[in-house]
Design a protein around this ligand. Structure first.
Ligand SMILES: Cc1ncc(C[n+]2csc(CCOP(=O)(O)OP(=O)(O)O)c2C)c(N)n1
Ligand SMILES: [Mg+2]
Length: 1065
């Protein structure tokens, strides 16, 4: 690009006014221009069509034409022009091309005649006419070229080092720019210097003329050059809306659009002083601390503030932001105005006062409510906490924004908006950016426009753009959603502010995404201890010679007489004093509080609550019946609403279940949702194909078979005053959509937010959200979330990729200590839940599903719930519950004990099989077939983590003579085995260390727990150190690399082996 500019300048003539257009000159054409001179003039009076009655009319027309040529029909215009130019009688009249009015983009033929005298007539077929037409078309093409491709030669790089050298191998961005001067301009242009003063009519697709309808070519080019090739490069011509394109042209093309008032200039300078001063202060006080400073892109702070000012002025009250490491502390300090002493305490290495393991300072979030002094309006600013994983926070911010819009009833995004900041390398490299962009216009996911700001320092850690992306710009991903992209040189603060204003107005007008690409540089290494000269020596030589933008801009304003040097110094000193005072205040602090860094505090939720008191989850039967019936009925206007016959059958079967007081999986889920909706809890279920359900079991949205888009959602119409129910098919994305729902879930605790994986396997595409936000979010950021992950899981012979939700991974990330058994207490369940990082469950019964979903809201805090969900069980005749399991007084059963014949005579039971999930039904069948119902007890763990030690202990004690096994259908290195095995061991071993006791004291409890054979023979008091605890053995598939076999035969064989082993006594 830079090279292209130099080449361009070298070919210019003297002075600025000519420079812009010299490359348009094409010498051989010059002769043609002289041909047109000195044509004879003629009189209109000799025209054959004139007669007595028409002449008065013609005279009126003529007088009108004289005062304004546009006031008469084009044909009259042509006629008068030709006539006054001396056309012979009968020749001056030119029939109009058609009588219809000109469409917007057509240029009337007459207007092609040059306004200056001595030009040719335009009678049909004349070669001269073609030249005029061609010239006008060429000018139009030039205008269009500037609009489309001017950005390619715009001066965007403050370092001026994007060379544009096509010979430099691999640097095709540069190559593209060198080529651009040809592409942008020369392909269309064959003008002589003499043509530069010719006036050309401007098409309706440009606004460079402001009120002028025509301009000399020289001025046209000058203005285009200013608008499109100066310090702003705009990409917008791919937008498929003329209205939107014109909107942008109107704001970018008129001369002097970037001009600022002196007050505005002083404000920019003041903000730039703070932005620069903050980094300088940190560098001075903590020179070797990593802070990922903003130096080189200090303009980011004034830019963000400008977007916020303009948006606030246009009605926005709450802004949710997501950003990476670069300049984050500066944003917190100077955009959010987070108290500086709180920021500085983060450098002091203090211990936290509250729970949690914390995070590094450049990941923390914040929430501030304050007055915007520029607009004098109250504003809420939140920066979401985020992990190191670049761009992962994007969908989370969008989900949070959407939720806030939802709760405020801001259906058009007029009050709440998001701003996403990006690094250049991450914006181009991370796929989640694309996934997030694709949510931007989906009805259930849109946030009605996001302002994206790229702090484009032209480097990613140590990697140059030519090695980090294949696209011309780091922002190309935004083109997929028709977002306009404004590239702007960071060293022109006024241009940056103009672009920020336009971007904010765009968002407020069209409610669509927009990108501001601030092309800047990174003054230091990737962080403050890195040496950038190792890898970018030339770039950094240039950077060392480049003055900081603050200095440049201050000099500019001093020269312009806007500020004095003393004022500049004064503002700088004042800010340094503010920092110094905060620094001293921070030194007084002895602790930090993680709560100070929350991005959306749930005010009122925790207050006055017993942290260990859970509400009940059973509901009155009447509620179950009401929801069940509504859920099983066609729409109220059934006569007009034709639903599919198959669905009618499903509804009928549902109704029969309700009448029989039974529920299957889908009905239990609907009853959980419905009862929460009744209680005023908003429920949102999102994921791929969730409306129907991957396995065609849910059918929450009924579709009219004859009318397009006519749908009915029964759960949204259960009660007149119920909370809103949202069920929405998502885009085919896991990372983006799960991130979105996490963001949604953290906004308001009084909502049940669920994300369903199509098959559990696909959750690993969203692994980053699971690891970085769901599993660890509370520990890092005291950020609670009650999100539910529904993950179809089960070995049903469907092959490697449709079997496993990777239960083992979730269990492995459960933070409860396998060697520690919490002491028993009446609130054991809720205490464990309080202390865990998430809940992992693999329920086997619809009632369990009902209760565990409701328990999410009954808890006095929020925890993520990872739920393995069934596939074949959705239709399994035995996988049913009754209303008795769900009515008032019933609760979630973490463990379902054996209730059959084995439980009647427990001492005769020879084996207790503990299991979880769908394998229970296989075991049940096998036991029945082998007639072992008295010999084998089957105990189901409906909740695996936190581990229900208390209830398992009781079950073990119940069967003193039985061997203990864990039966699972997953392979041995998968499923629950590696989680439950050490915990069983702890449970079984720990008992002998709890307290020494005598047989008489225990009343046989010891032997029950440890088994007869191992029980100590002595009746003496004292510790039973010699006791050998019972153990649990494994019953399931062998280890494997792949979660499941692709062969049905192998699958069946594995299952047979598992079941046969289960029966061995
Ligand atoms: C997903 C992910 N991959 C790799 C990294 C390691 N990393 C941290 S910063 C960085 C470079 C980022 O470059 P850019 O996006 O241009 O931001 P800049 O640091 O230049 O502001 C990398 C690769 C990361 N944080 N996240
Ligand atoms: Mg970068």
């Amino acid at each position: 690009m830079h090279r292209a500019r130099i080449a361009l300048q070298a070919s210019t003539r003297t002075g600025n006014t000519e420079r812009f257009a010299s490359w348009l000159l094409n010498k051989p054409q010059a002769a043609a221009a002289t041909v047109y001179a000195n044509r004879p003039k003629s009189s209109t009076a000799a025209e054959p069509f004139l007669n007595g009655s028409s002449s008065a009319y013609v005279e009126t027309m003529y007088n009108n034409w004289l005062s304004d040529p546009n006031s008469v029909h084009a044909s009259w215009d042509a006629f008068f022009r030709n006539a006054t130019n001396g056309a012979q009688p009968g020749v001056a009249y030119t029939p109009p091309p058609n009588l219809a009015p000109y469409s917007k983009n057509e240029v009337p033929l007459t207007s092609l005649v040059p306004a200056s005298g001595g030009m040719p007539s335009i009678s049909a077929g004349s070669p001269i006419n073609e030249k005029i037409i061609d010239d006008h078309l060429a000018v139009q093409a030039i205008i269009r070229s500037y609009q489309s491709r001017g950005h390619l030669v715009a001066r965007l790089d403050p370092l001026g080092i994007s060379t544009g050298d096509p010979s430099s191998s691999g640097d095709w961005h540069g190559g593209l720019r060198a080529f651009a001067s040809e592409v942008v301009i020369r392909q269309h242009v064959r003008f002589d210097e003499a043509d530069m003063d010719r006036v050309f009519k401007l098409p309706s697709t440009t606004f460079i003329g402001e009120k002028e309808k025509a301009l000399p070519l020289r001025e046209i080019l000058n203005r285009l050059e200013q608008a499109y090739c100066n310090n702003i490069g705009i990409e917008f011509m791919f937008i498929n809306s003329l209205e939107q394109c014109n909107w942008i042209r109107q704001r970018m093309e008129p001369p002097n659009v970037t001009k600022m008032s002196n007050d505005q200039k002083r404000l920019i300078l003041a903000r730039l002083t703070r932005s620069t001063g903050f980094e300088n202060f940190l560098a001075k006080k903590w020179s070797s601390e990593k802070r990922f400073g903003l130096e080189g892109c200090e303009i980011l702070i004034p830019a963000m503030k400008q977007v916020i000012d303009t948006s606030t002025r246009l009605g926005v009250e709450s802004i949710i932001m997501g950003m990476p490491h670069r300049g984050r502390l500066n944003v917190l300090a100077n955009v959010c105005r987070k108290p500086l002493h709180q920021l500085f305490t983060q450098f002091a290495g203090l211990e936290a006062e509250d729970d949690g393991s914390g995070d590094v300072k450049y990941h923390l979030g914040t929430y501030i409510e304050r007055l915007n002094r520029v607009t004098n309006k109250n504003i809420r600013l939140a920066v979401c906490a985020n992990p190191s994983h670049l761009e992962a926070v994007d969908p989370v911010v969008q989900g949070k924004t959407r939720a806030e819009q939802f709760y405020r009833g801001d259906n058009e995004g007029k009050k709440v908006m998001s701003i996403l900041l990006h690094g250049d390398a991450a914006f181009a490299g991370q796929g989640v950016v694309f996934e997030t962009m694709h949510l931007s216009d989906l009805p259930a996911y849109t946030t009605h426009g996001t302002v994206h700001i790229v702090a484009n320092n032209q480097i990613g850690f140590t990697t140059d753009p030519r090695h980090s992306r294949s696209s011309a710009y780091c922002t190309d991903v935004a083109r997929v959603v028709n977002a306009p992209i404004f590239h702007v040189n960071s060293d022109n603060p006024e241009a940056v502010m103009h672009v920020c204003n336009v971007a904010a107005e765009w968002r407020a007008t069209f409610h669509k995404d927009v990108v501001i690409d601030i092309v800047s540089y990174r003054r230091n290494g990737h962080n403050e201890v890195d040496e950038p000269m190792f890898t970018q020596p030339l770039m950094y030589q240039k950077i060392r010679k480049t003055k900081p933008v603050l200095e440049k801009y201050a000099d500019q304003l001093i020269t312009e007489g806007v500020v004095t040097a003393e004022e500049v110094k004064d503002v700088k000193d004042k800010y340094e004093k503010i920092c110094e005072d905060a620094y001293n205040q921070a030194k007084q602090e002895t602790h930090i509080k993680y709560k100070d860094w929350l991005d959306s505090p749930w005010s009122g939720f925790f207050e006055g609550k017993d942290p260990l008191k859970m509400s009940t989850t059973g509901v009155v039967e009447e509620t179950l019946v009401h929801i069940g019936k509504r859920f099983s009925s066609p729409p109220p206007n059934a006569a007009e609403f034709e639903i599919h016959k198959g669905l009618l059958r499903i509804l009928k079967a549902r109704m029969e279940m309700v009448e029989n007081r039974t529920v299957d999986w889908a009905l239990a889920e609907a009853m959980a949702f419905g009862s929460l909706l009744k209680e005023g809890i908003h429920v949102r279920l999102s994921g791929e194909d969730v409306e129907r359900g991957t396995f065609s079991h849910r059918h929450h949205v009924l579709h009219h078979q004859k009318v397009d888009k006519a749908t009915y959602c029964p759960l949204a119409h259960l009660y007149p005053d119920q909370a809103p129910y949202t069920v929405c098919n998502s885009s085919l994305s896991e990372y983006g959509v799960l991130g979105f729902e996490v963001g949604y879930s953290v906004t308001n605790p009084n909502a049940l937010v669920l994300w369903e994986a199509q098959f559990g396997d696909f959750n690993n595409v969203a692994q980053c959200i699971i690891d970085q936000f769901i599993s660890s979010g509370q520990a890092k950021w005291v950020r609670q979330s009650g999100i539910v992950l529904l993950q179809p899981h089960g070995m049903e012979g469907m092959g490697p990729e449709h079997s496993s939700a990777r239960l083992e991974r979730f269990l492995q990330m459960s933070a409860d200590d396998p060697d520690y058994m919490p002491p028993e207490s009446p609130d054991y369940e809720v205490r464990q839940l309080h202390d865990c990082n998430w809940i992992v469950a693999n329920c086997s019964s619809p009632a369990s599903l009902f209760h565990i979903l409701r328990r999410q809201i009954a808890l006095p805090f929020r925890k993520p719930l990872i739920l393995m969900t069934p596939k074949s069980l959705l239709r399994h005749p035995e996988c049913k519950s009754t209303f008795d399991d769900m009515v008032e007084g019933t609760t979630f059963r973490r463990l379902i004990p054996e209730e059959g014949p084995a439980a009647q005579n427990p001492s005769n039971v020879r084996k207790v099989a503990f299991c979880s999930g769908r394998v229970y039904y296989d075991l049940l069948k096998q036991r029945r077939e082998k007639n072992l119902e008295k010999d084998i007890a089957i105990v189901r763990l409906e909740q695996i983590s936190p581990f229900p030690y208390d209830q398992i202990k009781a079950e073990i004690a119940k069967y003193p003579n039985a061997q203990l096994v864990w039966s699972q259908e997953e392979h041995k290195n998968m499923g629950s085995w590696s989680y439950i095995e050490p915990r069983f061991r702890t449970l079984l071993q720990n008992q002998k260390h709890i307290r020494p006791m005598s047989r008489s004291q225990t009343g046989g409890w010891f032997s029950q727990l440890f088994g007869k054979a191992e029980a100590p023979q002595s009746d003496q008091t004292g510790p039973h150190t010699e006791a050998v605890p019972r153990t649990i053995s494994y019953n399931g598939r062998a280890t494997a690399a792949s979660p499941a076999t692709g062969s049905k035969a192998a699958h069946n064989k594995e299952l047979r082996n598992l079941l046969e082993e289960f029966c061995v006594l």
